[in-house]
Design a protein around this ligand. Structure first.
Ligand SMILES: Cc1cc2nc3c(=O)[nH]c(=O)nc-3n(C[C@H](O)[C@H](O)[C@H](O)COP(=O)(O)OP(=O)(O)OC[C@H]3O[C@@H](n4cnc5c(N)ncnc54)[C@H](O)[C@@H]3O)c2cc1C
Length: 403
């Protein structure tokens, strides 16, 4: 299977064709690097496990075509047991991706720019030689094989191939977020073009959501939990109850059901280990506040590609690679990730149903512009512009965490 690949001149092996790996391969190929992208699934885009909402800036930032978009949104709606708040925008403020189409596009564009793609190919182990990682072994539907390159990028999502092999990031503060989601053939009434979030007893230790699909002709509805649910409580019945709250969906059968999840953390200790870089969910780069990870995974894919390009000469300068990539990561993400992790821990583990009512009511003071800044750019300091929110959240919320 790897016979067609010019192994002698291979610069980078990228493992996993999700948003992180797809974008990284795309960038490396654009920079003229010889890269191979290995994907375990037979078809890129399967399974379709992400709700995939994103703000509109993502499309421009990564030059994405409209074919990867499923729906637009211009409203954010929060509800607790007895309160609600909404922020509306005059124009489109974001999209919900067709997640399978997005991942397919990234790989196809990487191939178009010169990357080699191997699907149905799962990486099984690292090849070590004199204390260095010189390549990977893989198993594919066509058989087993090896690939060698000076740099290896782990973009295997929450499966975390390298962490599972080398135990690099043990002992981190972390929380496992588990989720269950369905796709329905109708959008609950009043929620067209809306990202809807539901807090409190409806979703203990997390939140439930309704996102538009197919230009609001269909919906993704799901529920997630940060850490284990209370004893005797399970995601499936909670999701059934949630769907039954809406007249439009209560009699419908889902067209698709999937589970998913992964770790959130304040940031891993080792993003780079020798000549290996971990990106995306494999490096816990999903943001803790609302489990948004696609554009962050793609940003880290780009960051990794640029760092590799800068540090790869005849061989890879491992010290420089670690310094360059990790410095950039901390600059772009660092303190906001630590604050988001701490805040997620507080709101999803400590808030009662009554607390959520108070918070959702107080959110009415937050302007539409500030709501975007807080929920998509993690600028928690903006909450303190509002006396009621400051009073209510002041004792809980972390603004910019240094430790
Ligand atoms: C239910 C749910 C809802 C979500 N909603 C949103 C949302 O609305 N917006 C948002 O931005 N984010 C959302 N996320 C998070 C987002 O989907 C992830 O952060 C993002 O997909 C991470 O991208 P990635 O490339 O790091 O990993 P992944 O998307 O997990 O991709 C990893 C890839 O690696 C492959 N792979 C794994 N092991 C191997 C191996 N050994 N060899 C070869 N290939 C391998 C896998 O098959 C997979 O294709 C959601 C996640 C879930 C679970």
């Amino acid at each position: 299977m790897s016979e067609g690949i010019d192994q002698k001149n291979l610069d980078v092996i990228v493992i996993g064709a999700g948003p992180a790996g797809g974008q990284c391969a795309r960038e490396l190929a654009k920079l003229g690097r010889h890269v191979v992208l290995l994907e375990h699934s037979q078809e890129i885009g399967e399974p379709n496990y992400s709700t995939a909402g994103t703000p509109k800036e993502t499309i421009e930032e990564f030059e994405l075509p409209t074919s990867v978009l499923s729906a637009t949104w211009n409203r954010i709606y929060f509800a607790s047991s007895h309160e609600q708040v909404e922020w509306t925008y005059p124009d489109v403020r974001g999209y919900v991706f067709d997640f399978a189409a997005l991942r397919k596009f990234l790989s196809e564009d990487a191939a178009h720019k010169g990357a080699d793609i191997m699907v149905g190919t799962g990486v099984t182990s690292l090849i070590e030689d004199s204390g260095q990682f010189v390549g990977v072994r893989y198993k594919s539907v066509w058989g087993e094989g090896e690939l060698r390159a000076p740099v290896i990028v782990d973009a295997t999502g929450h499966w975390g191939f390298v962490n599972s092999q080398l135990h690099l990031n043990k002992g981190l503060p972390e929380d496992f977020v588990s989720a269950m989601e369905v796709q329905m053939t109708a959008m609950p009434q009043g929620l067209a073009g809306t990202l809807g979030f539901y807090f409190g007893d409806v979703a203990p230790r997390g939140y439930a959501w309704v996102f538009p699909m197919e230009q609001s002709k269909a919906a993704k509805m799901g529920i997630g939990s940060y850490g284990p649910l209370p004893p005797g409580v399970e995601l499936k019945p909670l999701l059934k109850n949630f769907i039954a709250k809406f007249d439009t969906t209560k009699h419908l059968e889902p067209t698709e059901i999937h589970g998913g999840g992964g770790y959130i953390s304040p940031g891993v200790k080792n993003h780079v280990y020798n000549n290996i870089i971990l990106i995306g969910d494999a490096a816990f780069q999903v943001n803790g506040l609302a489990y948004e990870g696609i554009r962050h995974a793609m940003r880290c894919g780009r960051l990794a590609a640029n760092s590799i390009h800068q540090c790869l000469h005849d061989t890879i300068d491992q010290v420089e690679l670690k310094k360059t990539y990790e410095a950039e990561w901390h600059k772009v993400f660092g303190s906001r990730w630590r604050a988001s992790y701490k805040n997620a821990n507080i709101i999803y583990h400590k808030f009662s149903d009554a607390d959520w009512d108070k918070v959702v009511e107080a959110y009415r003071d937050l302007s539409p512009a500030d709501a975007l800044e807080v929920f998509f750019h993690y600028r928690y300091e903006l909450l303190f512009k509002h006396p009621k929110l400051a009073w209510l959240l002041g004792k809980y919320i972390v603004v910019d965490s240094l430790s």
